[in-house]
Design a protein. Structure first.
Length: 68
């Protein structure tokens, strides 16, 4: 009879961990959305390349993108 309380305790701990993970994910989602709206995204491609993204690269005579 005493074993039942141990499984209930484990189940409660598992539920608490799951709820905490959901809260963390929701907070990260809100943070990403705020970064996206403010334009401070550290992972934007224009920041990585050091130049604005204006469209596809111009093609050379052979039909390949020009390498600068």
């Amino acid at each position: 009879m005493g074993m039942r309380s141990g499984t209930t305790f484990k189940k409660r701990q598992k539920e608490l961990a799951r709820m905490e993970k959901q809260r963390d994910k929701a907070a990260r989602r809100v943070q990403r959305k705020a970064e996206k709206l403010s334009g401070d995204s550290p992972n934007s491609l224009s920041d990585d390349l050091g130049e604005p993204l204006d469209g596809p690269a111009p093609l050379d005579d052979a039909g390949m993108p020009a390498v600068e």
